[in-house]
Design a binder for this molecule. Structure first.
Ligand SMILES: [Zn+2]
Length: 145
């Protein structure tokens, strides 16, 4: 796990410690983190604040060119909503912690020319698996099931 995925994982751990869904994300531009976030559906009673959306929100309003030059890191394979935002803003590359607990819209992103690198992190996989085992109702609500 590199420093950027480590930062995303720390966001996931923070959410877990808050009783929320442990998915974290950071956005990296020119070697620096410009936005970080974690899933806040539970904490905020939000319908849309997945980790990736929270990171985008915390990065603030940016020029289109910044997104195209940025890499989005997320601890879990991005769902269709977050993949839609990744597509909309023209990210060329994302790095995914794991896709064993949930397979998101990776094929769709690849079909749009987005490079999707999956690092198969044991830490990301174990934290998410633990959460799903402990709080399955929160997890299935998060993915609309
Ligand atoms: Zn999502």
């Amino acid at each position: 796990m590199d420093d950027f995925m480590r930062a995303a994982f720390e966001q996931a751990q923070k959410s877990f410690d808050e009783g929320g869904i442990p998915i974290g994300s950071v956005i990296v531009h020119e070697g620096s983190i410009i936005g970080r976030g974690h899933n806040r559906r539970v904490q905020k009673g939000s319908a849309t604040l997945h980790g990736e959306i929270d990171a985008l929100e915390n990065a603030g309003r940016l020029a289109a060119s910044v997104y195209r030059e940025s890499v989005l890191y997320t601890t879990l394979s991005p769902c269709p909503m977050c993949s839609g935002a990744i597509e909309l803003y023209g990210f060329k590359k994302i790095v995914v912690g794991e896709n064993q607990n949930f397979m998101g819209a990776e094929d769709h992103l690849r079909s749009k020319g987005v490079e999707v690198e999956v690092i198969h992190s044991a830490e990301c996989t174990e934290l998410m698996a633990r959460f799903i085992q402990e709080k399955p109702e929160l997890w299935y609500e998060d993915i609309g099931q």
